[in-house]
Design a protein around this ligand. Structure first.
Ligand SMILES: Nc1nc2c(ncn2[C@@H]2O[C@H](COP(=O)(O)OP(=O)(O)OP(=O)(O)O)[C@@H](O)[C@H]2O)c(=O)[nH]1
Ligand SMILES: [Mg+2]
Length: 208
């Protein structure tokens, strides 16, 4: 099996030609293409769309917003003919209606339960907030559905340098209880470009 071992190669792997391929607001509209997929999920406003942009080096690819709950469908971005990156709608948006939460659950379940080409799910955690109860519930769901996932801590530029390691340790203490979680969490800042190389190197191995 080929491997990507240098940041330069991982960068060119992620930053090549990338296009919006499909948006899926309902289970029926999930695209049937069979490219290897990497998906991004987490609480509303955690920085999913920003991370997709940072990984691909394209600021305007996924829509970033100050308004939580902005991404409301699964957005599929195709990188050449290598893989898809999937920007998912977040959970925990305080103003979401009951119907919207029900629809979200149906869509997310449909995707997670039956996606043989999903190579790795990235679960994002905001460095300022750590793991919240709805993150725990979501991790439990991933465990039940046997979905392998990796935790990526976002917005590390928003906390003091001295606090970063403690956040990582507390997140890792949570995920080591879950069999389908990668035991180490990644520290990133999409804003400052921190940790992006490491995440690219890690993810590339699952799509080759
Ligand atoms: N300081 C800082 N701000 C960030 C970072 N990543 C994202 N943000 C900001 O956080 C806000 C939300 O970012 P998004 O990428 O839209 O978050 P999201 O998880 O896709 O949000 P929804 O789609 O609404 O669930 C925006 O104002 C971003 O500019 C980061 O690493 N550092
Ligand atoms: Mg988004």
């Amino acid at each position: 099996m080929a491997t990507i071992t240098t940041p330069k190669k991982a960068e060119s792997f992620f930053t090549g030609n990338c296009v919006f391929a499909a948006g899926a607001p309902t289970p029926e509209s999930l695209p049937r293409e069979n490219f290897p997929e990497i998906a991004f999920i987490g609480r509303s406003n955690v920085g999913k769309s920003s991370l997709v942009n940072a990984l691909t080096g394209k600021n305007m690819l996924a829509r970033v917003s100050n308004t939580p709950g902005r991404t409301q469908q699964l957005n599929f971005f195709r990188l050449g003919d290598r893989m898809m990156l999937v920007d998912m709608p977040g959970y925990g948006y305080a103003k979401a209606s009951k119907t919207a939460i029900y629809d979200w659950n149906c869509l997310i379940d449909a995707y997670l339960k039956d996606r043989g080409n999903l190579k790795r799910l990235c679960l994002l955690i905001d460095a300022r907030h750590g793991v919240k109860e709805n993150d725990r519930e979501f991790m439990h769901r991933l465990h039940v559905y046997a979905v392998p996932f990796v935790v990526i801590i976002t917005k590390t530029d928003k906390i003091k340098k001295s606090e970063i390691e403690a956040v990582k340790e507390s997140v890792e203490a949570e995920i080591k209880k879950i069999a389908t979680a990668w035991p180490k969490a990644f520290l990133t800042s999409a804003e400052k470009g921190l940790g992006i190389e490491e995440v690219r190197l890690f993810l590339a191995q699952y799509v080759l």
